[in-house]
Design a protein around this ligand. Structure first.
Ligand SMILES: [Fe+2]
Length: 220
């Protein structure tokens, strides 16, 4: 009987020791890092931010005032979330976009590209994020355009995001799979990770290409 007691006691001590070791090992593990969002890489606004904003200032750039007169080109939808570095949604942020029309022409007097302007394209638009930090735009895919004879800019859309408690962010969104991306001087300045952050893959949903472009702001 005594032997059985001794054995049980030994097993108990052993088990307790093993448990204590396990607990200690768990406690030594690093605390999981708080989910983090990497700030979106910045780019300059470029030379073609509109000097004059259109009368139509909404988030549908596919027509100007008259829905029956549509802009030329492939209609696309862009949706996304604006977040801070802790991945918390930023509500009430203003998201501005400006871009070339389908021919690659900006509505700006400084644009010397001989391509035609599209009178029915809005060229600039604005959205405000909802409580979940979400925004959306309906626009057309911009054309590429020449900067010099040896440099053609790939299709891209300029973004500026502003929020009260964050630093303003100006960046550019690129289209996944465009062969001009890899040759573009501005795009190539970014690391592969940054390039991936600014490149959007469009998927067809209800007959329309839809792309998700999430933006991360830095706190002031
Ligand atoms: Fe541009």
């Amino acid at each position: 009987m005594e032997n059985v007691f001794k054995l049980s006691r030994r097993l108990f001590v052993k088990s307790a020791f093993a448990l204590a070791t396990l607990v200690a090992a768990e406690m030594m593990k690093p605390v999981p890092a708080r989910a983090a969002c990497i700030p979106t890489p910045r780019e300059t606004a470029g030379p073609f931010y509109p000097l004059k904003l259109p009368l139509d200032k909404d988030n549908d750039l596919t027509f100007v005032n008259r829905p029956s007169q549509k802009a030329l080109g492939e209609v696309i939808l862009i949706q996304g979330r604006v977040r801070d570095e802790s991945c918390q949604p930023v509500a009430g942020a203003s998201v501005e976009i400006w871009q070339a029309c389908t021919t690659g022409k900006y509505n700006h007097p400084g644009d010397n590209n001989s391509a035609a302007l599209d009178p029915h394209f809005q060229y600039w638009g604005k959205a405000t994020t909802n409580a979940k930090g979400e925004y959306g735009f309906k626009t057309v895919k911009p054309g590429s355009y020449p900067v010099h004879w040896f440099w053609t800019r790939p299709p891209h859309i300029h973004f500026t995001v502003r929020s009260r408690s964050h630093l303003p962010l100006t960046t550019q969104m690129y289209f996944f799979g465009d062969p001009l991306n890899a040759k573009d001087r501005l795009f190539r300045k970014h690391s592969p990770t940054e390039q991936a952050q600014c490149t959007v893959l469009f998927r067809t949903v209800d007959h329309l290409p839809v792309g998700q472009f999430d933006l991360t702001l830095r706190k002031t």
